[in-house]
Design a protein around this ligand. Structure first.
Ligand SMILES: [Zn+2]
Length: 239
């Protein structure tokens, strides 16, 4: 079979040392989805490729198809983020780890690619409020873990404005009457509105949603609960 040449942007999720001088990269690419690729000689300090292979940047790659892995031939950084701040670094590692754990297959999925990119730019955005929780929830929703946020997940009745909870085990919002008080958190009316928007809106609209401190705290809690439910205790990075 002839070797195929593929060009695609992507984000390195993980780097593993391999042999004397090589690295195996786990990359989420726009054209191929999640792949593993070998970067030969990338650990030699003289390698022209090594400077580009940082996690969390958007890189234009070229690969050829190998026997088991893609073989990286070119890597040029398209968007370089300057991760100086320790909190920002931790957020980045958390985000990349979530993506790595949630996404298993290597099918092309432009929605997921977009969510990853938006998450990265939200980590790097200067501003008071972190929007990463929005993209984390969007990632779960897009990957088949959609919460029921329209109706009470137990009684299926319409929700009233107040006294609602998120029950992650049950998979969505539960009203006061049906709440059994297991792993639950309060969710406000604006929290519910926002969870609905995350599921319904085009991803580019999510950037414009106005957030305040309380909403950010609420969303963070929901995202964290969902993370534990889906990924469990296998996370290395905590925030
Ligand atoms: Zn109910």
């Amino acid at each position: 079979m002839a070797m195929q040449n593929i060009a695609t942007p992507g984000i390195i999720l993980k780097r593993t040392e391999y042999g004397e001088a090589d690295r195996i990269l786990t990359i989420y690419t726009r054209e191929l989805g999640k792949i593993s690729a070998i970067a030969k000689g990338s650990r030699k300090s003289t390698s022209r490729k090594s400077g580009h292979l940082e996690v969390g940047n958007i890189i234009n790659f070229e690969f050829v198809t190998g026997k088991d892995l893609y073989i990286m031939t070119v890597a040029k950084t398209e968007t370089y983020y300057d991760y100086k701040d320790l909190i920002v670094m931790r957020k980045l590692f958390l985000w990349l780890e979530i993506i790595d754990k949630i996404i298993h297959d290597s099918e092309r999925n432009l929605n997921i690619y977009e969510v990853i990119i938006k998450g990265l730019s939200s980590i790097n955005a200067q501003g008071t409020y972190s929007r990463l929780a929005i993209y984390e929830l969007e990632l779960y929703s897009t990957s088949g873990y959609q919460l029921e946020v329209q109706k009470c997940v137990v009684g299926r009745e319409e929700l009233v404005e107040t006294n609602n909870f998120i029950d992650i085990r049950l998979g969505g919002i539960v009203c006061k009457n049906h709440n059994r008080g297991e792993i639950c958190i309060n969710i406000s009316a604006s929290g519910i509105k926002l969870l609905r928007l995350i599921q319904e809106c085009d991803i580019n609209m999510l950037e414009r949603i106005k957030l305040d401190d309380n909403l950010v705290i609420e969303l963070d809690k929901v995202a964290k609960l969902q993370r534990y439910e889906i990924i469990g205790n296998k996370m290395k990075v905590e925030l």
